[in-house]
Ligand binder design. Sequence first.
Ligand code: NAD
Length: 431
Amino acid sequence: MKLVIVGTGYVGLVSGACFAEFGYKTICVDKDKDRIEKLNSGKCPFYEPGMDDLLSKHLKNTKLLTFSPSLKESMIDADIVFITVGTPSRRLEDEADLSFVWTVADEISQNINSYCVVVTKSTVPVGTSKEIKKIINKKIAKDKFDIVSNPEFLREGSAINDFMRPDRVVIGTDCNKSEEIMRELYRPLFLRETPIVSTTIETSEIIKYASNSFLATKIGFINEIADLCEVVGADVQDVSKAMGIDNRIGSKFLNAGPGYGGSCFPKDVIAFSSTAKKNGVELSILNSVHNSNNNRIKKIGDKIINKVDGGSLICFLGLSFKPNTDDIRESTSIKIANYLYDNGYKINCYDPKAMDNTKNEFQNYNYFNNSYDACKNVDAIVIGTEWNEFRALNFDEIGNIVKKRKIFDLRNIYNQIELEKKDFEYYATGK
Ligand code: NAD
């Protein structure tokens, strides 16, 4: 099978490299020529554990993976073409911006030369794949292509493993032919007994949004419980632990913190609610989750402001929206840093991988190459992202270099008693 993947972002590139690992000839296409040039020289445009090795293996050794700026050339004899472009929030509106998807659908329609399956892997509102079908059908006869919805569930930071060992694969089709081709594509995963959910296109589109929205709801829920714990002197970590042991609840996505961020949950929650509203259905729980998560930035920012003198210097450790990625889209750590900056505080910061991305967007912070340099002479430390290298900081050393021994552990990675023994004022989340 020959595969074409349009959009070489986190999803497109990881999918492309993993399909090459399965043994398929895969061409990844992107309109960003610099990105394609970089990829052709073996450089991954973002940080994702394991990507450099996989890229180099299939670009240089097996040669199963190639990169091209030309969809026209890539589509010759393609069996399956995946749409993996971004679907961000439309500015000032709650809906998903589908302009990249429509453009690609139109481009695909101009380049189909033999039967192929067009797969929507981008996260798109219900009804989008059928619209893609209509766009392509304007130029291409119905028997020359089929549409499939095959949402992606990988997580940045563990994307390769998530792709190679997914909890499930969802295949939404409206005909047997395309379903069989998709089942053949994912055959390497059947051997690992990965559950395959075969369903309609609409159901598949909803599964993706419902899954992300449910996980966001879990996070929003435990964060509000954390607020209550702080007021009444309870410990949210123990609450989460005891709740999570219950199999009906499960322990994942039940860690209190600064709220969810990243390129998916924030936009997907509002886009899902907006799609439902358009269809006359109110997803009131999701609206509350969204508001609760938004309010969290100010809530946590104000908590810090109440404990740290105005105009002070604050060190942020961790800028990416979660560990093991350099992605800073909707990072709660950065949003809280911005809130404090807007309130007159000065910001030092350090992140193991996300410094370049943050520097490009925010020139108003002081950047350092390690945690210790970033902590020099600061009035408070905020742990914004739980990178492993922040889990074992030497607080004897840090105690000697900071101006004030104050720490806001937004991710609850430290033990209060141990830090208090070292004369730190320690503020956890939900305790
Ligand atoms: P991204 O922004 O990292 O990458 C999108 C890429 O598409 C960019 O490189 C862009 O240049 C390219 N592109 C845009 N228009 C194009 C065109 N006309 N032709 C060729 N290339 C084009 O996006 P992402 O984070 O990989 O997300 C892609 C989709 O997958 C989104 O719908 C997202 O919601 C979904 N998703 C993302 C994740 C994740 O963790 N990032 C996980 C699951 C699903």
